[in-house]
Design a protein around this ligand. Structure first.
Ligand SMILES: C[S@@+](CC[C@H](N)C(=O)[O-])C[C@H]1O[C@@H](n2cnc3c(N)ncnc32)[C@H](O)[C@@H]1O
Length: 264
């Protein structure tokens, strides 16, 4: 993991070199639409408030829970006592990005969504709120965390979330065995190079995804290497670097492979 200083330098470089986020000079119609109708859509959608209310409740909970810690390979490394509000403060995607995921799911209308890394279900709730008819399969290994996530889905009345509990190393292959098509994937679990590449490859090989989103692509040298591998993969036609997340697309109509870095 990079130090705060290293990350700040990287962010500054991204900020100075990325496109300005208004679409000027972007010749890809797909990316132009993404900027105009998704990235810069400032509407306050109805689901934002109730989901953020749940996030705020989590940020105030001092309860201790037992949390399994997952390593790069299979098996639980250790179990720790952790405070709910501390997990909420450190693990959940901030609302700016969680709401962007909502708008992406709403705009691109995927048939099936997978999220690796549910935590307390905040991003899951946004993804599931985009369309009641789109199944969201979300994966979480820590039992106590998954139980809290389920409470959030129940509170919001979300019936399209399928929570897969257990280590990704077991639950993901089991899920992929019976799935042929998952078009929208958010990978926010194990932030290490090898597992990230392995998850990417298993999706690419098994379920024909269209959009894949990776969390924290500049968080560490390992994640930057994983991001390089992913965006340069022969099946990827388009990549968008928003610094805190990276998006890649597989679309036949995008004939020329292009990489974009956009300020957000
Ligand atoms: C960063 S959090 C997810 C945050 C969530 N997407 C959000 O923004 O609201 C990552 C979660 O992945 C889980 N996780 C990490 N590695 C795992 C593994 N190998 N198997 C199962 N769960 C894992 C952790 O327990 C943690 O809750």
């Amino acid at each position: 993991m990079y130090s705060k200083f290293q990350l700040a330098v990287k962010y500054l470089k991204y900020y100075l070199t990325a496109s300005n986020g208004k679409g000027h000079g972007i010749h890809s119609p797909f990316v132009f639409d993404f900027i105009k109708f998704v990235l810069n859509d400032a509407k306050k959608y109805d689901c934002y408030r109730p989901i953020e209310k749940l996030r705020n409740n989590l940020l105030q909970q001092s309860a201790l829970i037992k949390v399994e810690d997952f390593g790069a390979g299979s098996g639980v490394i250790k179990t720790n006592d952790r405070i709910v509000k501390k997990i909420a403060a450190s693990s959940l995607k901030p609302k700016k990005y969680a709401q962007l995921l909502y708008r992406m799911a709403k705009y691109y209308k995927p048939n099936k969504i997978v999220e690796l890394g549910t935590s307390f279900g905040i991003t899951t709730s946004y993804l599931a709120s985009a369309n009641n008819n789109t199944a969201v399969h979300s994966f979480e290994g820590a039992a106590a965390i998954a139980a809290i996530a389920q409470q959030q889905f129940d509170t919001l009345g979300l019936q399209n979330v399928h929570l897969h509990k257990g280590n990704f190393e077991d639950t993901l292959p089991a899920f992929l065995k019976n799935e042929k098509a998952v078009d929208f994937i958010f990978i926010d679990g194990n932030h290490r190079k090898q597992p990230t590449i392995e998850y990417f490859n298993s999706f690419i090989e098994n379920v024909n995804p269209v959009i894949l989103i990776f969390d924290d692509i500049h968080w560490s040298a390992e994640m930057e290497e994983a991001w390089e591998y992913i965006k340069n993969h022969k099946k990827i036609n388009l990549s968008i670097d928003l610094f805190f997340i990276g998006i890649v697309c597989i679309k036949k109509e995008l004939l020329v492979k292009q990489h974009f870095s956009i300020r957000y």
